[in-house]
Design a protein around this ligand. Structure first.
Ligand code: ADP
Length: 230
């Protein structure tokens, strides 16, 4: 028991640290971003522009990492509300369709259920789904790539599934996907799935990954349904 308590304290410490440093980093970063933008308008020879582009890309990358760290900070501190899974997917539909179109990926969304009430922080669950869909889009080929999103009801759980027919994962990758900063991508942060797991578990849910090399990957978000009170 004592060991478990120690672990929990450690997690809490890391969460607090992540959230507070993330805020501290974000503010000066906004300043840098604005000034680089100004400078890039002033120095417009080709080579300078190249450098400015790199700076801007790197700043954006730090911003992404910081946003993910912020999400890692105490998801339980937010107030949970009840939403239907379908309405949350509906709200991110325009973004994911445009991302899929950019890569010419065939994206399909099936809403088999209208009413699957789940308890969550809406923006956080949206972020979870966006992370999973981004991974799916990264994993598929431009030719013949397919990403399927569907809703299922399994017992007293709502299952949101994101499936792709992409590169899949070998066992050693699959074993490490939830390790902070583990990534196989050149511009990855290795925090996407860590954030997903953290958020989903804070709702009493689970995340399950099934993957086969060269066949594809299925990721399931399993969330307890909010049962009717009557
Ligand atoms: P990132 O996307 O920044 O690398 P993630 O935590 O989201 O961070 O993912 C960690 C790693 O898991 C990825 O680098 C990739 O190797 C693997 N992965 C995640 N989703 C998929 C997927 N749908 N298909 C294949 N590999 C995946």
């Amino acid at each position: 028991i004592e060991k478990k308590q120690n672990e929990l304290q450690k997690i809490e410490l890391v969460e607090n640290l992540a959230a507070s440093t993330a805020h501290e980093i974000r503010n000066p970063l906004t300043g840098i971003k604005g000034l680089v933008q100004l400078l890039s308008e002033k120095y417009n020879d080709e080579k300078d522009q190249l450098y400015f582009n790199v700076i801007q890309q790197e700043v954006n990358r730090i911003n992404t990492i910081v946003s993910e760290l912020l999400l890692l900070g105490k998801p339980t501190a937010h107030k949970l509300n009840t939403y239907c899974a379908k309405e949350i997917i509906k709200e991110i539909e325009p973004i994911i369709h445009s991302e899929a179109n950019l890569k010419s990926v065939d994206l399909s969304i099936q809403f088999a259920y209208d009413r699957l009430p789940i308890s969550c922080v809406k923006d956080h669950l949206k972020q979870v789904l966006l992370n999973l869909i981004k991974n799916a889009l990264d994993a598929v080929n431009e030719n013949g790539g397919q990403v399927r999103i569907c809703l299922e009801k399994k017992g007293t759980n709502c299952v949101i599934k994101v499936a792709d027919n992409g590169i899949g994962m070998p066992e050693d990758v699959l074993n490490r996907v939830f390790d902070p900063f583990f990534t196989t991508k050149e511009t990855g942060t290795g925090l996407g799935l860590v954030v997903c797991k953290r958020i989903v578990e804070s709702y009493g849910g689970k995340i399950k990954i099934d993957s086969t090399i060269d066949k594809g990957t299925d990721v399931e978000i399993i969330l307890p349904l909010v049962l009717d009170k009557n």
